[in-house]
Design a binder for this molecule. Structure first.
Ligand code: NAP
Length: 299
């Protein structure tokens, strides 16, 4: 069994004991397990570590796909008890397996957020880590032609949703010995590109929220980390292009993008630092992507 320094909260057990979150019998085909192994950053290092019954609690929003699903697996592997939410509950259930609880969550609906937080409080009484991952882009259209409904949806999910989930979970984060908020920003939070105003504005806002939270929580044992990925191959582009898989595929043409597990790896790194260490921001992008709009592609 390999030893991995994770701090005092983790339980180490024989490597023969499997974690249901990553057990082939319970995992879903939508979970990018192979990507985990290909990424090589997590799996082999932490083999043999599973959640204890009193382990720390991590809430992950947008856990039905992509980065959220990979984060559920990665945090489950390092001993977190998971509360995972998204609208497609069946998928969340398959991702979480027995490593935690899958709950319905629509971050655009206040009552859904409140029910999610209430259920988390009832079951666990606290939250050690909140991963605000739920998010999307809609369209790639210049401001002159963009649709109101796309702007509204991005703002409601990426910005208002993130703030509302944070507000609902703050009392539970304050009940933990050390709380940690991890926000999924983007390089679109400090760069811009043509056709991207709705999304870049929402991710610039996430950056402002992360920085504001750090000021407001100063003096409390709650860390705030923003993860700012470049291009990651998930369902993100399929959603952006309204289900047009051809258009989505073209985004990754001739380039090796990041995979969801690469981002989960960064999140695990940030949350497993000693409690006095705050990783403010992690910017991570494919080597081939020098800017949102400048990607070196092979023919
Ligand atoms: N992929 C990239 O290139 C990239 C780059 C930088 C940043 N990011 C950010 O990373 C995060 C995750 O994106 P991803 O790449 O993993 O995309 P993805 O595969 O499309 O996953 C997005 C997740 O957000 C959830 N979601 C969307 N609307 C929601 C709502 N109203 N309520 C609750 N959950 C909702 C989806 O679940 P349901 O549809 O089941 O609700 C899904 O689980 C986003 O914040 C995104 O902006 C992605």
């Amino acid at each position: 069994m390999m030893v991995f320094a994770l701090g005092p909260i983790m339980t180490r057990i024989p490597a023969t004991t499997s974690n249901p979150a990553t057990n082939p019998a319970t995992r879903s085909s939508i979970v990018p397990r192979l990507q985990f192994e290909a990424a090589g950053g997590i799996v082999h290092q932490i083999e043999g570590i599973v959640a204890s019954r009193s382990g720390p609690v991590a809430v992950v929003t947008g856990a039905s796909s992509g980065i959220g699903a990979a984060t559920v697996l990665a945090l489950g592997r390092v001993g977190y008890r998971i509360v995972a939410g998204a609208r497609r509950l069946d998928r969340v259930r398959r991702v979480v397996g027995e490593s935690g609880v899958a709950l319905p969550l629509d971050v655009t609906k206040l009552e859904s957020i409140e029910a999610f937080a209430d259920e988390t409080a009832k079951r666990f009484g606290r939250v050690d880590v909140l991963v605000n991952n739920a998010g999307l882009a809609r369209g790639l259209t210049p401001i002159g032609e963009a649709k109101d409904e796309d702007w509204i949806q991005m703002w409601e999910v990426d910005v208002l949703g993130l703030m509302r989930v944070t507000r609902a979970c703050l009392p539970l984060l304050r009940k933990a010995r050390h709380g940690h908020i991890v926000n999924l920003g983007s390089i679109a939070g400090f760069e811009t590109y043509r056709g991207g105003a709705g999304y870049t504005a929402s991710k610039h806002a996430v950056r402002a929220i992360s920085r504001t939270l750090r000021l407001e929580l100063n003096g409390e044992p709650i860390r705030v980390t923003e993860i700012q990925p470049g291009m990651v191959e998930t369902e993100f582009s399929v959603v952006r292009f309204g289900g047009d898989r051809k258009a989505a595929k073209a985004v990754y043409q001739g380039v090796k993008p990041l995979v969801a597990a690469d981002i989960a790896d960064c999140i695990v790194f940030a949350v497993t630092r000693p409690p006095h260490v705050d990783i403010d921001e992690i910017v991570v992008r494919p080597v081939a992507q020098a800017a949102t709009w400048l990607v070196a592609r092979k023919p």
